[in-house]
Design a protein around this ligand. Structure first.
Ligand SMILES: CC(=O)N[C@H]1[C@@H](OP(=O)(O)OP(=O)(O)OC[C@H]2O[C@@H](n3ccc(=O)[nH]c3=O)[C@H](O)[C@@H]2O)O[C@H](CO)[C@@H](O)[C@@H]1O
Ligand SMILES: O=P([O-])([O-])O[C@@H]1[C@@H](O)[C@H](O)[C@@H](O)[C@H](O)[C@@H]1O
Length: 383
């Protein structure tokens, strides 16, 4: 990017009567961690905290975010070891009187931890996924995990998005008192009455498509379902992480002969408009999840969910109540679970699965509750 370091994209808020928090974020995508950041920026002010963003990999997030009125600094790092960025952020913290730094993902932690140390303010770190198995790039995982552990020695508090990640961080040696679990949350959506389809079923998967999301497994299960006589179509919602991976996936689609069964939407800015076209949400993740925002968004929209039982997913999706859980990596198991719900003589009542999904979201996974719990962590630190 050619923007000058620390050039604000929006004017400063006119009156600041609350405590100011600097969120140091990556920003190359608009995916799960970014959705959390975007929602916190919108919801935290009602709990007494104003958010400003420092974006160390500015790309899609600055334009795609909903929180456009929130101040955002483009502060690109030249590499993940660019400690100069942290030094400049420390200057910003002193000038603008930020009370606390909240970093997300290892690269932004590098800048955020240095900045917090130099400016002598507390550091909070949001753990969105298990860094050691966050991607299929083993070297990046290893470097990021080591970097994260080293930088976190001085973090005041860690926030994990699932109980499994809380256990992981405690197993890594962080004292339980320093590790808070705050479930992810998403806003509620206008009620749509969901009716069990009589003919074709539209399955939906939404993601930043990358290998660990396991779309290959879903493609194979689509072929299996068609082989069993089911009329199923897939809406694949979202962008691919790389064009090389996209070609690989398209090769598999060709090989399976299922191109006519799939609509690829690319990146959409209105996820709910897409979810309205879907009857059953599917997430075949292989590993490395936290608590996927897409699962919560689907539940808020009253969609039953079939997903792999990895990391935080079983905390949201209750087997047989609002969806079904499957072992990761098995096309046969995924096809069988989808078949259980869509077959004409299904044991499951579609309307009840839909209602339960919506009430599970409302009771436990709202964006407001997520923000309130993050605000509690700040208050605990700042008094
Ligand atoms: C590598 C990494 O850090 N992964 C974590 C990341 O989620 P990850 O990036 O894996 O994806 P999620 O499923 O949580 O969220 C994707 C988000 O992108 C949005 N979307 C998707 C497609 C599209 O076209 N348009 C669009 O807006 C969805 O609406 C959703 O809000 O943060 C999540 C929330 O803490 C964690 O559970 C994941 O483990
Ligand atoms: O550049 P970087 O911060 O090491 O790497 C990033 C990961 O930390 C992050 O979890 C993931 O969402 C990004 O796609 C990217 O891979």
């Amino acid at each position: 990017m050619t923007e000058a370091l620390f050039a604000p994209t929006e004017p400063l808020a006119s009156a600041i009567s609350t405590q100011r928090i600097l969120h140091v974020i990556n920003g190359e995508h608009y995916s799960g961690a970014e959705r959390v950041q975007d929602l916190l920026a919108q919801e935290l002010p009602q709990f007494g905290f104003d958010v400003t963003f420092a974006c160390v990999k500015p790309d899609r997030f600055p334009e795609a975010r909903v929180s456009q009125s929130v101040q955002l600094y483009r502060t690109p790092m030249r590499s993940r070891f660019d400690w100069q960025c942290g030094r400049k952020l420390a200057e910003l913290i002193r000038q603008e009187d930020f009370a606390l730094v909240h970093a997300h993902t290892p690269r932004s932690l590098m800048a955020g931890a240095i900045a917090a140390r130099l400016a002598d303010v507390p550091l909070v770190y949001h753990v969105h996924s298990p860094t050691g198995r966050d991607s299929t790039r083993w070297l990046q995982n290893l470097v990021n995990e080591r970097l994260e552990r080293w930088l976190l020695r001085r973090a005041t508090r860690l926030i994990t998005v699932s109980p499994s990640l809380q256990e992981l961080m405690v197993a890594h040696g962080f004292s339980p008192a320093r590790v808070a679990y705050v479930a992810n949350g998403v806003p509620g959506v206008e009620f749509i009455s969901r009716v069990r389809p009589t003919g074709r079923w539209t399955l939906g998967m939404a993601a930043l498509f990358r290998p660990r999301k396991g779309i290959e497994v879903l493609l194979e299960s689509l072929a299996l379902l068609r082989g069993k006589g089911h009329d199923v179509h897939l809406r694949a919602i979202g962008p691919f992480e790389t064009t090389a991976y996209e070609s690989e996936v398209m090769g598999l689609v060709e090989k399976l002969g299922i191109a006519d069964q799939i609509t690829w939407t690319g990146f959409v800015s209105d996820i709910h408009a897409e979810l309205r076209k879907v009857d059953l949400f599917v997430l075949p993740s292989l590993f490395g999840e936290g608590l996927p925002m897409v699962v919560l968004e689907a539940m808020a929209a009253g969609l039953p969910v079939v997903a792999s039982a990895v990391e935080g997913i079983p905390v949201a999706v209750r087997e047989g109540v609002d969806g079904l859980l499957v072992e990761p990596g098995s096309a046969e198991a995924l096809a069988a679970a989808v078949g259980e719900i869509i077959r004409e003589d299904s044991y499951y009542d579609y309307g009840s699965l839909s209602e339960q999904a919506r009430s599970q979201h409302g009771a436990n996974f709202s964006a407001r509750t997520m923000a309130r719990n993050v605000a509690e962590v700040y208050r605990d630190i700042l008094g």
